[in-house]
Design a protein around this ligand. Structure first.
Ligand code: NAD
Length: 491
């Protein structure tokens, strides 16, 4: 280790936050939350259920109806959101260490990516909201039609564990900016940072009841929220399997609006004429191992044109040692812990399955313990994969790269699009026409050309096909949290 990690632990408080108060579950149920870094117990967490969701939704509804937030001027909401973003940055060190201990990601990225992007997202929607105008429709001159955006009301938010604070910010930021009240259920695997964010929102001046957080398990607190008759919209990020259930629950209950950001198996297409092979190799390896491979947009299917595959793999293997897992509290670490033993088991099962299906293990493949008691797996590369293998079809959500070769652009496009997912994709070529043609043919919400790491709050994020419905980020996200109302006025 280059630096001794600070052992002053952030305060892990597992109580729910409902109507401005920290409370235990109504029936007193808790669960123990351990750290994947070293297995230590972090805290007991409130195991929210139907009664807690009822209380949180009632608080959110009361706050929405009395207008304590929804009817404030946009500029007033802006001031609170900007103050909140500043408080998040002021607590960057605490929040980053909390996220690292809770879900295992390297503290350098928890700070530089998660905390900073979450604060930036909240600030961006805060600053945008007093610059969004409504419309007057081009109707006949005998009448005026105003087309205005109104908040949907009470928004339920359910997020996963891979970017706990950032996924929450992507939804809560725009939902609150337009005046909604929110009930958030974080993942049972990573509840703490969302609770702390909500405390900081109160400190920033968000009225109590406007933003409530109920920790708990998916089939308990999560389904209670998705089925709730007084929730107007549900914004979900998580697996495709659960996302489908969210749409069913939304339809079975009150036809609440349901928005889902789901899984991916993103193809990365490297042509023999790629402009810079070293950069393509670095991006392919760095992006798939980033966040321990626990990223929805990880480019986990690497398609390399057959003529350069050997050269590509040789360089890729030279980079692998950089990504050996280490203590994520160490600021030098780039690969941390897998979120828990269950997920580690899932990743190991896919690695075994890949070998059983005939793929060639080029690197990694073992669970390791750089920190005793923690959950870690080596960065793993499979060669000789074909697109029909399970490891090329299913989302592994771990640091596992599947390398597949192709012969020409049509072959590359056909294989890349042969997936249930359509979140992201990349194409590497110096031929501008080929880049455009391939990018246009790829069925994905985002296509990268000659890079994989650009990202910005200003652009929409979401998927085609079973990668979900709707978009996070950018002004397009406001559509999810608003209803359009037309008001006719006879002149
Ligand atoms: P998950 O679907 O298991 O859980 C996500 C959330 O849903 C958790 O809070 C969980 O408690 C809750 N949940 C589980 N069952 C539920 C139920 N029956 N009713 C209501 N809620 C329920 O996913 P995960 O393992 O936490 O996260 C990994 C998944 O998230 C991956 O598939 C990944 O691709 C996806 N993801 C997508 C994006 C995106 O923007 N597209 C971003 C991050 C993660």
């Amino acid at each position: 280790m280059t630096t001794t990690p600070s052992e002053t632990l952030p305060a892990f408080d597992g109580r729910a936050l409902i109507d401005g108060q920290r409370v235990w579950a109504r029936d007193g149920q808790t669960y123990a939350k351990h750290s994947p870094v070293d297995g230590r117990l972090l805290a007991d967490v409130a195991r929210g259920g139907g009664a807690d969701i009822d209380a949180a939704v009632a608080a959110a509804r009361a706050a929405f109806e009395d207008g304590r937030w929804a009817r404030q001027a946009p500029a007033a909401r802006k001031r609170v959101l900007v103050r909140w973003a500043e408080l998040i940055l002021a607590h960057a060190d605490e929040l980053a260490r909390m996220e690292t201990l809770d879900m295992g990601k390297p503290v350098r990225y928890a700070r530089s990516v998660d905390v900073h992007s979450a604060a930036n997202c909240i600030r961006w929607y805060g600053e945008a909201i007093d610059k969004v105008y409504d419309e007057i429709a081009p109707t006949p001159r005998t009448a005026l039609a105003l087309v205005t955006r109104e908040p949907v009301g009470v928004v339920g938010v359910i997020v996963p564990w891979n970017y706990p604070m950032l996924m929450a910010a992507w939804k809560v930021g725009p939902a609150l900016a337009v005046g909604n009240s929110v009930v958030l259920k974080p993942s049972e695997k990573s509840p703490f940072s969302a609770l702390r964010l909500a405390e900081l929102a109160l400190e920033a001046g968000l009225p109590p009841g406007v933003f409530n957080v109920v920790p708990g398990f998916g089939p308990e607190a999560g389904s209670a929220l998705a089925l709730h008759m007084d929730v107007d919209a549900i914004a979900f990020t998580g697996s495709t399997r659960v996302g489908k259930q969210i749409h069913v629950m939304a339809g079975q209950s009150n036809l609440k609006r349901a928005w889902t950001e789901l899984g991916g198996k993103s193809p990365n297409l490297v042509f023999a004429d790629c402009p810079d092979l070293d950069r393509a190799v670095q991006a392919a390896v760095g992006s798939v191992f980033f966040n321990q491979g626990e990223s929805c947009n990880a480019p986990s299917r690497l398609f390399v044109e057959a003529s350069i595959k050997e050269a590509f793999l040789e360089r890729a293997l030279q980079l692998v040692p950089r990504y050996q897992p280490a203590d994520p509290r160490d600021p030098a670490t780039v690969m941390g812990a897998i979120v828990d033993r269950q997920q580690l088991g899932t990743v190991m099962r896919y690695i075994e399955l890949g070998q059983a299906e005939g793929a060639r293990l080029l690197a990694g493949g073992q669970a390791v313990e750089p920190v005793p008691g923690g959950c870690y797996v080596q960065p793993t590369i499979f060669d000789g994969v074909h697109n029909g293998m399970t490891i090329a079809r299913e989302e592994i959500f771990g640091p596992v790269l599947s390398v597949i070769s192709f012969t020409d652009p049509q072959d590359a496009i056909r294989q890349a699009n042969d997936s249930i997912y359509g979140l992201q994709a990349a194409v590497w070529t110096r031929d501008l026409n080929k880049a455009h043609a391939v990018a246009r043919a790829l069925r994905a919400g985002t296509v990268h050309v000659n890079q994989y790491d650009e990202d910005d709050i200003t652009v929409p994020f979401g998927g085609f096909r079973q990668s979900g419905i709707g978009r996070d980020k950018s002004l397009h996200a406001l559509d999810k949290y608003t209803e359009l109302k037309t008001t006719w006025i006879r002149l």
